[in-house]
Design a protein around this ligand. Structure first.
Ligand code: NAD
Length: 488
């Protein structure tokens, strides 16, 4: 059955429905980057909150700044912005329809409709999931890069911006001129200090065209930091077929694990929905949660994904069930990642690792190693390299992380252990493939990617371990190399 407001009452009774009258909702949040994660996370928390009869003036309006987002807009508008979200646990599935999103802004190259919506006084939060690579951070300096061509173009034509940051600047300028208080900008991407990084991007973009406005934004706009978590696979035919088993004709259903977590700084001058009523943690110590999650979970994904993929594991739980991959994951996490993570009130690092072990092993989620291998050029510097740098600084082992770096390099050669080709899996894939080939003879070439490794290439001890592991991967293969690491 097609998913629209009128058919909700006729859906399969196993499917949970929004527990509120959607006509009572009104707009409060513009969300930019309406992919799967947002619909499995923020939109679910808000759906729960609205179901409690609270804060119906904080409904979501979706938005995007990229041409491909137009397809998602078309599909969601055709189903009244309802989303199918299916929680996958080992004991069974829990399908639900969420209704927290009520509209989707027209996609336009110069972002006029988006700027108008963000200028609307009813918009009090602009939230983002625009991926780790979407913040224009120069990894060598770890700061915002105003010389990036997209950002430089927004500096030249601030009234017709192409990037989300240019659009935010234009909207804040219009609100200021109209005497409307600024909205809060809330990043929900997996980036350490995501609020601070977003502030740098918005202020840095504004500075190119209006230094005075940039100063005003610094003084007046809030950018709370957050930690977000819920494993949310990409949607394919299997997910659509699963939705169909509940009679749902939804071309873009979302599946996800049952676990979810959201930790936020309470910095919302224009108010916010009462998310603490539905399990969101508000704290001044987001950084500790975020470091725990990014190092152990996201770093852990990289550890199992490249080794697992090379050995032919298609899914994350298959990689976890592979004795060598699992033992490798445990050893690196325990010896090389956990020492640099501080406890949070809910978890010691060790207890958090146990949670991650069981979440990665959930066979129902069907997260692909391919998704976890995606975009290493943006993910390695955030999820793996900081643990290497900490280890070198304080003298804890980094051998397993050197092997992880070599596994990523080996993966980027573009073939699996069985010789089958890997389809491009990074925005910078062609360059990585060429570099991986060069690194076979000159391993240093790989570490000379300053945008990923910073100055690590000049650390002789680390470079030597990386070179040894890469050589072993090519001569002995992945399984034997993992055995060698584990035997030490
Ligand atoms: P997705 O591919 O489903 O959606 C990504 C969205 O970001 C799309 O709307 C795309 O158009 C937009 N986008 C990409 N690059 C952009 C750019 N440069 N500027 C503006 N928009 C851009 O991916 P997803 O699963 O929704 O994940 C998105 C982000 O959410 C991740 O990168 C991560 O930071 C965060 N996240 C994801 C998960 C997960 O398990 N999927 C978990 C925690 C956090």
């Amino acid at each position: 059955m097609k998913l629209v407001n009128e058919t909700l009452g006729d859906l399969d009774k196993r499917v949970a429905l929004p527990g509120y009258d959607r006509k009572s909702l009104s707009h409060g949040i513009v969300h930019v980057g309406l992919g799967n994660f947002h619909r499995a996370h923020q939109a679910v928390y808000l759906d729960d909150l609205f179901g409690k009869g609270l804060d119906h003036d904080w409904a979501i309006t979706g938005a995007g700044v990229r041409a491909p987002d137009a397809k998602m807009r078309e599909l969601l508008l055709a189903q009244d912005c309802l989303s199918t979200v299916i929680e996958m646990s080992p004991s069974g599935e829990s399908p639900r329809i969420t209704g927290a999103m009520i509209d989707y802004v027209e996609i336009d190259e110069t972002n006029g409709p988006l700027i108008a919506k963000m200028t609307d006084p009813a918009t009090r939060i602009v939230s983002l999931t625009v991926t780790e690579g979407g913040y224009y951070v120069d990894p060598t300096t770890e700061t915002f890069d105003p010389s990036h061509p997209d950002i430089a173009a927004d500096g030249k034509t601030p009234d017709a911006p192409r990037t989300v940051f240019g659009a935010i600047v234009a909207a804040l300028k219009a609100r200021r001129a109209a005497g409307t208080p600024p909205f809060t900008v809330m990043s929900c991407d997996n980036i350490p200090g995501n609020g601070d990084v977003t502030r740098d991007a918005v202020v840095g973009t504004a500075r190119l065209s209006d230094a005075e406005l940039a100063g005003w934004i610094t003084e007046n706009v809030a950018f709370p930091n957050s930690m977000v978590d819920r494993i949310t696979p990409a949607t394919g035919d299997a997910e659509r077929a699963l939705a169909a088993t509940y009679g749902l004709d939804d071309p873009v259903p979302v599946t996800c694990e049952p676990f979810r977590q959201w930790v936020l700084e309470d910095n919302f001058p224009q108010g916010r929905p009462r998310l603490e009523e539905v399990g969101v943690t508000f704290t001044d110590h987001v950084h500790d949660y975020e470091r725990m999650k990014i190092r152990i979970l996201n770093g852990g994904h990289a550890i199992i994904a490249y080794s697992g993929a090379l050995l032919g594991c298609l899914l994350a739980d298959q990689a976890m069930a592979h004795p060598l991959v699992h033992a490798y994951f445990r050893k690196v996490e325990e010896q090389e990642v956990l020492p640099h993570v501080t406890p949070v009130p809910e978890f010691t690092p060790g207890a958090y690792l146990e949670l991650i072990d069981s979440r990665f092993s959930n066979p129902a989620v069907k997260d692909t190693t391919r998704r976890l291998c995606l975009d290493g050029s943006n993910r390695q510097p955030k999820f793996i390299v900081p643990s290497i740098q900490d280890g070198l600084r304080v003298g804890t082992p980094v051998d397993g992380l050197a092997l992880e770096s070599a596994l990523w390099c080996r993966y980027c050669a573009g073939t699996l252990e069985d010789g089958s080709a890997i389809a491009p899996n990074d925005p910078d894939w062609d360059r990585l493939v060429a570099l991986s080939a060069e690194a076979k003879d000159r391993p240093q070439a790989w570490l000379e990617q300053r945008t990923v490794y910073g100055a690590l290439a000049s650390n002789d001890a680390f470079a030597a371990r990386f070179a040894t592991w890469l050589d072993r991967l090519w001569t002995d293969g992945t399984a034997k190399t993992l055995e060698t690491y584990l035997a030490d």
